[in-house]
Design a protein around this ligand. Sequence first.
Ligand code: NAP
Length: 277
Amino acid sequence: MTNEKIPLVAVLGSPISHSKSPVLHSYWLRKYGINGHYIPMEVDTVDLDNVLISMPKMGFIGANITIPHKENVMKIADKISDRAAMIGAANTLSFGSNGRIYADNTDGYGFIENIRQHQPEWHATDGPSLILGAGGASRAVVSSLLEKSAPEIWITNRTRARAEKIASDFGARVKVIDWFSVNKFLPDAATVINATSLGMVGKPELTIDLKPLSNKTLVTDLVYNPIETHLLTQARERGCRTVDGVGMLIHQAVPGFSRWFNVQPTVDTALRDLLLS
Ligand code: NAP
């Protein structure tokens, strides 16, 4: 018998049964022979505070946070990374030995690393980026593109006020364009990003016409269910490079796993296949 403590990590959200994070992290735990566990936890908003305070005492060393807690957790954390502060939401927590909670947001990191893995010659500096959507994921994408020196970001959203808020939070390189004028901006966009939930299973299709797009443009979709969205099909038909959303989901998990378990996990094809199966 040993006194070894088994490290625990959970993903907290509501609903949580759809989350792919337990499959993802359990794959790496097995791959690297780590004696730890990663579990899904259904947590109501009213209980979030108490649950997070109790977790370190129960052997948890960290947690992922998903819908609807990503913003609320910012009020509970003791320390917040600069990028999480800019985005206004956190998805990755680490617990100190004293129970202190450190909050980070790794979605933007996952977004950039996914493109780099599949289209290594792409750079955020290639030209203007056009982002559809202004929710939480869009804020993470804006933050990461600016960090990688994107010269200009055009952002458009059905609810214009949310796009205006991002522009005012992130500064002069972010410009708002009208939801119905996207076509005018497509020819000059170096990167086009769908950060809306349109195109996702159960949601309406994203009905943007990509005809004006240059074949030099890279098109990426954050939606990963389905993996092949109508946007990506259209872009490929126009000769554009495309990157789907599954890789972002995998890459955003890397910083958390390496912080919790002291192993930098690799993103391999077997893991991608497992998530898609
Ligand atoms: P969110 O905060 O709820 O934002 C949803 C966005 O979609 C908003 O911009 C919203 O516009 C827009 N939208 C929803 N329904 C629409 C409609 N009928 N017409 C026009 N626009 C509509 O969600 P989020 O967290 O940013 O996530 C956005 C998408 O990214 C989701 O599909 C999510 O699964 C995906 N995502 C993927 C990853 C990954 O790892 N691949 C990570 C994070 C998110 P309004 O502001 O007008 O409502």
